[in-house]
Design a protein around this ligand. Structure first.
Ligand code: 6CS
Ligand code: FE
Length: 298
């Protein structure tokens, strides 16, 4: 398959134009959408959309209970699915929760979410990746700037920009507790990064990403073009949907207030993974689902 979004191949970074729509359903069908035209416009323009109070207080309480129970029961477990912080044993992420845990399976299949995501992607969807991210007060570490799509394309063989990430806030997001930061408009540009992908890069990158991170000039250019950096703050229970190529990151958390979220990536069934474009071997199923359980269409 032709590589429409080459990265990690040249010794100079490059900014390429996006070759896919941001909203995959024809916009003349906006009136069928489960969200408003204004919300669709905002997602298309900025590459993300926050919806506050999406989950009720009761649902939030249940989800919070579930993530802490899982954290507790996983504390002493050695598993590749459990990612610990670079310099401590604290749990940073737990992967593949939409398959391993019935409760999170139900959350991932929440019809309110699926309706929105189906509309944005213009097809049926399946989960490409799921994880809980824990960023405890005082200790939680950063995620450097990146486009998720860059990694999924290079390391997982995701062909096109036709996936959307969903972050469910499970603690209140302030500007100061290491919340998600996004560059508006960055979904429209692909930063082709420098640096070869080492074998088993994920063992390192899920703690601290070093390959597939954009250079400073490209980030400066994107931020200037997009008019700055957005930080959707708000109560637990709000959700942020962001396009697979939207540039984002978050700082460490030196405040007493934790920042936890449940993160799920929906990919179009028409955008299934092929061989990784980096030429490396495939990453494990718990990071990049290939067996979606949904039969592939011919
Ligand atoms: O590897 C992944 O799939 C995700 N994790 C990191 C640290 N960067 C890219 C992507 O978001
Ligand atoms: Fe990311």
């Amino acid at each position: 398959m032709k590589d429409l979004y080459p990265s990690r191949k040249k010794d100079q970074p490059e900014i390429l134009e996006r070759k896919d729509p941001v909203i995959h359903t024809d916009r003349s069908l906006d009136h069928h959408a489960p969200i408003s035209k204004q919300q669709l416009d905002s997602y298309e323009k900025n590459g993300f959309l926050q919806i506050e109070n999406f989950f009720s207080d009761e649902e939030v309480k249940d989800m919070q209970k579930a993530i802490f129970e899982l954290q507790d029961s996983t504390k002493n477990v050695t598993s590749d699915k459990v990612i610990r912080e670079p310099e401590s044993d604290d749990i940073r992420s737990i992967f593949h929760v939409h398959k391993d845990d019935n409760y999170f399976k139900d959350v991932a299949n929440d019809q309110r979410i699926l309706d929105i995501v189906n509309h944005l992607l213009g097809s049926e969807v399946y989960i490409h990746q799921s994880r809980i991210n824990y960023k405890p007060g005082f200790k939680g570490k950063e995620f450097d700037w990146h486009s998720d799509f860059e990694t999924w394309h290079a390391e997982d063989g995701m062909p096109r920009m036709r996936a959307v990430s969903l972050s469910i806030a499970l603690s209140d997001n302030y500007t100061f507790n290491g919340p998600l930061m996004l560059i508006p408009g960055s979904q429209n540009y692909y930063v082709s990064c420098v640096g070869e992908t080492p074998d088993n890069n994920y063992k390192e990158s899920l703690k601290k990403q070093k390959v597939g991170v954009p250079d400073e000039d490209s980030l400066r250019w994107l931020a200037e073009k997009g008019g700055g950096i957005s930080v959707p703050t708000g109560k637990a229970g709000s959700i942020t949907l962001f396009e697979s190529n939207t540039m984002h990151g978050s700082t460490s958390n030196i405040t007493p207030y934790p920042r936890n979220n449940l993160f799920m990536v929906y990919n179009s069934v028409e955008n299934r993974l092929v061989e990784p474009f980096s030429g490396n071997k495939k990453r494990p199923e718990y990071i990049a689902v290939r067996d979606s359980g949904i039969p592939a269409m011919s």
